[in-house]
Design a protein around this ligand. Structure first.
Ligand SMILES: C[S@@+](CC[C@H](N)C(=O)[O-])C[C@H]1O[C@@H](n2cnc3c(N)ncnc32)[C@H](O)[C@@H]1O
Length: 198
């Protein structure tokens, strides 16, 4: 299947309004304009900007949507989502690495996105079921298969964008609960890690 490369105007505008360098560790900030993943430390990366743009364009968050950012890393995607839904308090973010939770919290506050809810991931729990359902869920780490735990957190009429086994998947839940899955192009991501119990 051909990779869908369409980037929406709203995504472009968000990426101009929420600059990547604000969310990068100082030692890699000089490389922010390069279209490649950049290290955040702890074996994790800030994703390549064109990949972030494709994912956000597919997710298509609208003003007023409740959204979840799984694998918030630097906090950049959470801030982009807050810009796109036009309300910080509708954005929930979860990150596995405690040091990155602290980094993202600092960067989000400094960049004016202090009302985003950011939590440390429980190793047994995927996503944020306590705050579900979400209209849109963005996952920035790769799962081996489509996790039921996240599917259950998608609202009726909602959407999940997630890399699964090397491909980007766009998963829609209709108002009547029917699930459709579109498989897009190949992307490389760090692995989504959890015990699989939750
Ligand atoms: C490619 S990085 C994220 C980039 C990030 N969205 C940004 O804007 O900088 C993927 C992140 O997913 C995190 N991660 C992996 N498994 C996770 C899980 N089960 N729950 C939450 N975060 C997880 C990793 O620690 C890593 O920081």
């Amino acid at each position: 299947m051909r990779r869908r490369r369409k980037i929406t105007d709203r995504t472009r505008a968000a990426m101009l309004s929420v600059p990547r360098p604000l969310f990068l560790p100082e030692d890699v900030r000089a490389y922010a304009a390069e279209d490649r993943p950049l290290p955040l430390g702890h074996g994790q990366t800030n994703s390549q900007p064109t990949t972030v743009a494709h994912m956000l364009s597919q997710l298509d968050p609208q003003p007023g949507d409740r959204v979840l950012d799984v694998g918030s890393g630097s906090g950049w995607t959470a801030a982009l989502l807050a810009h796109l839904v036009d309300r910080q308090d509708l954005v929930y973010a979860v990150e596995r690495v405690p040091e990155l939770v602290n980094l993202a919290r600092t960067q989000l506050t400094a960049a004016g996105f202090g009302q985003v809810t950011l939590e440390q991931a429980d190793p047994d729990v995927l996503g944020m079921p306590s705050r579900a359902p979400f209209d849109k869920i963005l996952v920035s780490a790769e799962a081996p298969s489509l996790p039921d735990a996240l599917m259950l957190q998608v609202a009726a009429g909602g959407r999940l964008v997630i890399p699964v086994a090397g491909r980007l998947l766009v998963v829609d839940r209709s108002q009547s609960g029917e699930i459709t899955v579109r498989r897009l192009g190949r992307y490389a991501f760090v692995p989504l890690r959890w015990t699989g119990r939750g």
